[in-house]
Design a binder for this molecule. Structure first.
Ligand SMILES: NC(=O)c1ccc[n+]([C@@H]2O[C@H](COP(=O)([O-])OP(=O)(O)OC[C@H]3O[C@@H](n4cnc5c(N)ncnc54)[C@H](OP(=O)(O)O)[C@@H]3O)[C@@H](O)[C@H]2O)c1
Length: 305
């Protein structure tokens, strides 16, 4: 079969011919309908996160996949051949961007029935991280104001929708090219980050969900209410600086969790939308990977082997 593989840290991945994996005890072979790329894949390939997610080369790219059960390993029950599933693999294991992937049966979740199966891969990291940030960490509620940075991004596009579902007032930063997308997702206000400093456009915010980091994180403290909460995605925020200003800060460390992913799949069945920037074949996966690395995807980039 073909798979997109890392060959060394700091090199763009390439499509290789590799043996079809064989499911061991407790594992399932999935025929991949779609795999979603994430900035995490780029960070893994660059070697930035090798302390947490070390890989050995060659290693197949990707944590997010959707597909159908092709074969069951010894001892697997509860799943049948042909079942439509989604899952997030452990980042160290990867393996999603390939024609077939072997995954632990315990990581599988029934795919939502209301969205195309290949696109459903886009839920695995981005939507589940958004769920963790909005529902579990921020516990956002009706009447609160949330600022969502990078609302058109993979995570941001789900954060807007989940925040909107809580009844919160949603302000988001996005370039003018993405304004329509984020409004359709439910943003009440859109700030064009390319021409406006968001601090001049928004204040008295209860929660900021920041998937940009750096200077954006630092400036976000200026718009929070006393006691407000900064939820950071790219790296752990400056907890001391936040505390010194009477604010709270939390880092989202997203670990694969089938229970949470099942809730996200249910939300998709209830209308949570998956914004797909582009869908490519495996032959275009390396270019798609480079595109994700540039940081301007609108929603998810899907590889359909
Ligand atoms: N901690 C965790 O567990 C966890 C989990 C998931 C993701 N993350 C991290 O969260 C970050 C975002 O992930 P993602 O998948 O959402 O990324 P993404 O899909 O690549 O985000 C791209 C989007 O970011 C927008 N953007 C770029 N710079 C911006 C800025 N200064 N202000 C506002 N928008 C900006 C782009 O808008 P334009 O194209 O209009 O410029 C584009 O729509 C990454 O660093 C990722 O590694 C962390």
């Amino acid at each position: 079969m073909k798979a997109l593989q890392y060959t060394a840290y700091g090199h763009s991945p390439v499509v290789n011919e590799v043996p079809e994996p064989v499911p061991g005890p407790g594992e399932v072979l999935v025929r991949v309908a779609g795999a979603a790329l994430n900035p995490l894949d780029v960070k893994i390939g660059a070697g930035y996160v090798q302390e947490y997610f070390p890989i050995t080369f060659p290693s197949t790219v990707g944590t997010d996949l959707a597909g159908t059960v092709e074969r069951l390993g010894p001892g697997v029950t509860g799943w049948g051949i042909g079942d439509a599933v989604i899952c997030r693999t452990d980042p160290t294991a990867g393996g999603a961007v390939a024609e077939y992937a072997v995954v632990p049966a315990a990581s599988l979740v029934a795919a939502p029935t209301t969205v195309p199966l290949d696109a459903a891969a886009g839920l695995a990291t981005a939507a589940a991280t958004a769920w963790q940030a909005v529902i579990e960490i921020a516990e956002l509620r009706s009447g609160q104001k949330v600022l969502v940075h990078a609302g058109a991004g993979g995570v941001g596009s789900f954060v807007i929708q989940l925040a909107r579902r809580t009844g919160a007032h949603v302000v988001t930063t996005a370039s003018s090219a993405a304004a329509e997308i984020v409004r359709k997702l439910g943003a009440d206000e859109v700030v064009d980050y390319t021409s406006v400093d968001f601090r001049t456009a928004v204040s008295d915010v209860d929660v900021v969900v920041d998937s940009v980091g750096g200077e954006i994180e630092a400036r976000s403290l200026d718009v929070l209410k006393p006691g407000g909460l900064l939820v950071s995605l790219p790296v752990p925020p400056d907890f001391e600086r936040a505390a010194a200003r009477g604010l709270r800060a939390e880092f989202v460390f997203h670990a694969s969790d089938a229970e949470r992913l099942a809730k996200v799949a249910a939300a998709a069945n209830e209308g949570l939308d998956i914004v797909v920037d582009r869908t490519v074949r495996l032959s275009g996966a390396a270019d798609a990977f480079d595109y994700v690395a540039q940081g301007h995807a609108k929603g998810k980039v899907i590889v359909r082997p």
